[in-house]
Design a protein around this ligand. Structure first.
Ligand code: NAD
Length: 499
């Protein structure tokens, strides 16, 4: 068993705090390595290295900074298989899904190659007599990001690529569950030409996060993870005067109208409900068929599809639809909520509780579950399960279905399946959720749009990637400049509009 490291000042550095967390192979249940948990002192070393390196990086012209991103894209493609394998080994997701994790991060890196265009600023010639006005976007300095276990490649890249393209230094505190890929990404960025100290990885738990929250040099914090931690980081980070954006949990509803193509809807639900074992913030966890007849038809289509799902280790390659969940604790939490669903009166149509895989008895596998007749007061409806569990809530009308999505505390993503353009348009306009799919189950926006939920799924004003990311990672400065013509006007004592 090996000990992982941090990546500070351009080198892999052993942890010195004496504290470690076990990193599991979720398919076998074995501990495969230990990750060091940083102290506040170790975090401070990284911050000092970042602060020393950042001014020179900010002075590199944006086009040259963008070239590092171009080279990084080439290296990501070169190492795609290696990255996907390392990711699957710690996370448990299938190899194609792990490659997708890298790919959706890579696309944001590609978007950041456009940094020179995004950072151009604004200019007004002759805003007044002899007066020009211009604004520019300047980097913040040292930025930090705290990321979840479920996308260990994509979400770090969503943060560090725009931050670094804008001229900042970035400190990444990845999830302690799957820290290997973030370390590999930092090495690849340096191979792509990034100066030492501009991207660092400091592994850790709450102690490292608190050191970020309280460090006076760190200017901004990006967080993605569960809502209680998002609220904590947002509150403490903002009260310490930092710029903070936090993205939290989800409970994504898919409305199935009576006129929907039921085969298409059932296929979409199986992919969006059970892919990656349901460990996606954009997973569909609630199906809302409108009308009992729609519900009966949908359930009849879902059952054979779900029964056919193949659950297994990533090493089985294409023969597997989804893998284990990330830890034994995550598995216990899912099974506890399933039991609560049964106890509270939901109908468990497909029961995955006794799922077992020969040769992998100690792995964290959870079979697929399907609930029908779920109601809004049940724990399985109110809470994020983050597992392969799909709950069906029967609505009697479109308005009732819309109302369910709207009154849930989370508002990350939602979808409607229908052939009726009017219903789809009404839904997209009225629902209070950040990302909407129309006959698309997982509407994750592409890199050049922005990603973010509403309600308890996001805290802060700006979304991730797209144009918002360039706003989040820069400060605007506006200059009013006058080169006198020689005419003397005397002092102006009033605050007055430009003439
Ligand atoms: P988590 O909240 O447990 O951990 C996220 C990060 O916070 C990790 O780096 C972890 O080390 C740190 N952390 C954990 N406990 C902490 C504490 N007490 N104090 C300070 N820091 C702490 O989340 P997770 O289990 O890694 O990820 C799953 C969650 O992330 C789900 O709720 C999922 O919906 C959410 N998620 C949201 C989005 C989004 O864009 N909205 C995307 C992906 C995942």
């Amino acid at each position: 068993m090996s000990d992982l490291t941090h990546y500070i000042g351009g080198a892999r550095v052993a942890g010195t705090s004496g504290r470690f967390a076990d990193v599991y192979n979720p398919a076998t249940g074995e501990v495969q390595s230990r990750v060091p948990l940083a102290s506040a002192e170790e975090m401070d070393h990284a911050v000092q290295a970042a602060a020393a390196a950042q001014p020179a990086w900010a002075a590199v012209n944006p086009q040259r900074r963008a070239r590092v991103m171009m080279k990084f894209v080439t290296l990501l493609n070169r190492d795609m298989d290696k990255l996907a394998e390392a990711l699957s080994r710690e996370h448990g997701k299938t190899l194609p899904d792990a490659a997708g994790d890298v790919q959706r991060g890579l696309e944001v890196v590609e978007y950041c190659i456009g940094a020179p265009q995004m950072l151009k600023g604004e200019f007004t010639d002759s805003a007044g007599p002899g007066i020009d006005m211009y604004s520019m976007r300047q980097p913040l300095g040292v930025c930090a990001g705290i990321t979840p276990f479920n996308f260990p490649a994509m979400i770090p890249m969503w943060m560090f690529a725009p931050a670094i393209a804008c001229g900042n230094a970035f400190i990444l505190k990845p999830s302690e569950r799957d820290p290997s890929v973030p370390l590999m990404l930092a090495e690849l960025m340096e191979e792509a030409g990034l100066p030492k100290g501009i991207l660092q990885v400091v592994n850790g738990d709450k102690a490292a996060v608190d050191a970020i929250l309280d460090h006076p040099v760190i200017q901004s914090i990006g967080f993605v993870g569960s809502t209680p931690i998002a609220e904590y980081i947002y509150g403490r980070g903002c009260s310490n005067g930092k710029r903070v954006q936090c993205f939290g949990g989800a409970k994504n509803h898919m409305i199935i109208m009576p006129d929907a193509d039921m085969d298409q809807a059932a296929d979409a639900l199986v992919g969006a409900g059970y892919g990656a074992a349901g460990e996606r913030c954009m997973a569909i966890s609630v199906a809302v068929p409108v009308g009992n007849d729609t519900a009966d038809r949908l359930i009849a289509k879902l059952i054979p599809r779900i029964e056919k799902l193949k659950v297994g280790p990533y090493t089985a390659g294409k023969d597997v639809d989804y893998g284990p969940v990330v830890t034994a604790a995550a598995k216990q939490n899912i099974l506890r909520l399933v039991q609560a669903g049964v106890d509270q009166g939901a109908k468990l149509v497909i029961d995955g509780r006794n799922f077992a895989l020969q040769g992998y008895e100690d792995g964290f596998f959870v079979g697929p579950h399907l609930f029908d007749h779920v109601t809004a007061d049940m724990d399985i409806y109110k809470k994020e399960i983050f597992g392969p569990v799909l709950s069906t809530v029967r609505a009697q009308s479109y308005e009732e279905a819309l109302g369910l999505a709207m009154s849930h505390e989370y508002g990350n993503g939602t979808a409607i399946f229908t052939r009726d353009g009017d219903a789809a348009r009404d839904f997209a306009n009225r629902v209070n959720v950040g990302m909407i799919g129309i006959n698309v189950p997982i509407p994750v926006p592409l890199a050049y749009h922005t990603f973010g939920g509403w309600k308890k799924s996001a805290f802060g004003d700006l979304n991730q990637h797209g144009p918002d990311s360039f706003k989040f990672y820069t400060r605007t400065k506006t200059i009013t400049s006058r080169w006198p013509s020689g005419i003397k006007e005397g002092a102006a004592l009033n605050f007055r509009p430009m003439e």
